[in-house]
Design a protein around this ligand. Structure first.
Ligand code: KG4
Ligand code: ZN
Length: 336
């Protein structure tokens, strides 16, 4: 059988990315991040993101092909993120993928970004097999997903308001720390003590999460300090916020895995790069007899390797094949 050469394309937020997967093995993973462009605005500006994707998408595809040692003629399928994400940003990747699929006469596979994040784990952990519970913790999503097979994803819990990464970014902004807030809070927290009690998160019975109350508690705390003219210990605020944000997620994730009788729990999404979350989930998993996995940090934040992997798994079962009518869907949910 000839080789399956999948080109993955990702442009849902502020990373323009392309990757090549040959027979399920990652050969290249090129990412052009726009973080430096958006930092001065304190967050992603959608129109600016779209324009930069437009400039970057074809060069990044060429770069990924070159790195993988293949040419356009070798491509046997193209996988592209069609949702969820910023509509204008998504449309750039979708349009590029449609044009390439038409020109090269190869199948186009539509990829759900959240399912893509989960599939990053198959790249770093080839031994991983469904069923398992996946925790998608990113800037746009905080979802608990029951993965019953390679192509079945069932959302069993999610945040009712802000996503966990969004809370990291907003809290960082209030603390005067640069965008994106996650990595900087992660590192500042290492020098701080979790000695401020923002909220008591215990007590929920379902798998719903909420980060808006925690974010507001930090904002109120900062406001009170400034009204009193008192000094703020930023490292302690980072450690205290991060502890609650992560503990809440870990408690819910372990409970979901135990309730469903799952023996494996995987983390993914940008916040899965967080050092305290990685250590906490590993410790909680070990004490509950649950195996915990997460990808290397570069496969946690947005990338196209995970998109190519999701497309490869779809192709194996003839699922998610799209045609040139494919449109971007900004609020796409995890499907059953
Ligand atoms: O998955 P991702 O690249 O984009 C979305 O799909 O949203 O996630 C980006 C998010 C941002 O909110 C960023 O602050 C957060 O991931 N993040 C982190 C860390 N690295 C990135 N959050 C906490 N700790 C980190 N080390
Ligand atoms: Zn993402």
């Amino acid at each position: 059988m000839s080789k399956q050469v999948v080109l993955g394309i990702e442009s849902s937020c502020d990373e323009t990315a392309a990757a090549v997967l040959i027979d399920g093995e990652l050969k290249s993973n090129e990412i052009s991040s726009q973080i430096d462009i958006h930092r001065r605005f304190g967050g992603v500006v959608p129109e600016v993101a779209s324009r930069n994707h437009l400039l970057g998408v074809l060069p990044i595809v060429d770069g990924a092909l070159k790195k993988a040692g293949v040419t356009k003629k070798d491509i046997t399928a193209i996988g592209v993120t069609y949702g969820a994400g910023l509509i204008g940003a998504l449309l750039v990747g979708v349009s590029a993928a449609k044009a390439l699929s038409y020109a090269l006469n190869v199948p186009l596979v539509k990829v759900n970004h959240i399912e893509g994040h989960i599939c990053a784990n198959y790249i770093d952990h080839p031994e991983l097999k469904p069923p398992f519970i996946a925790i998608v913790a990113s800037g746009g999503h905080t979802s608990i997903v029951d993965v019953s097979s390679y192509n079945d994803y069932n959302l069993i819990g999610s945040t009712t308001d802000d996503a966990i990464g969004e809370a990291f970014d907003k809290v960082a902004r209030v603390l005067g720390l640069p965008y994106p807030g996650g990595p900087v809070i992660d590192s500042r927290a290492k020098n701080g003590n979790a000695n401020i009690q923002f909220i008591n998160h215990k007590g929920r019975k379902d798998y719903a999460l909420s980060y808006s109350g925690l974010k507001t508690a930090v904002i109120n705390y900062m406001h009170t300090l400034s009204q009193r003219g008192e000094e703020c210990n930023i490292d302690d605020v980072c450690a205290s916020f991060q502890t609650v944000a992560v503990d809440m997620l870990v408690d819910t994730a372990i409970r979901a895995a135990k309730d469903g009788g799952y023996k494996t729990l995987v983390l993914c999404g940008g916040v899965a790069a967080n050092s305290y979350l990685r250590a906490s989930i590993a410790a909680a998993g070990a004490s509950n007899g649950i195996k915990t996995l997460y990808p290397k940090p570069i496969l946690c934040t947005d990338n196209a390797a995970m998109i190519a992997m999701r497309a490869y798994l779809s192709l194996k079962e003839g699922k998610n094949i799209a045609d040139l009518t494919l449109n971007a869907v900004s609020n796409l949910r995890v499907s059953r």
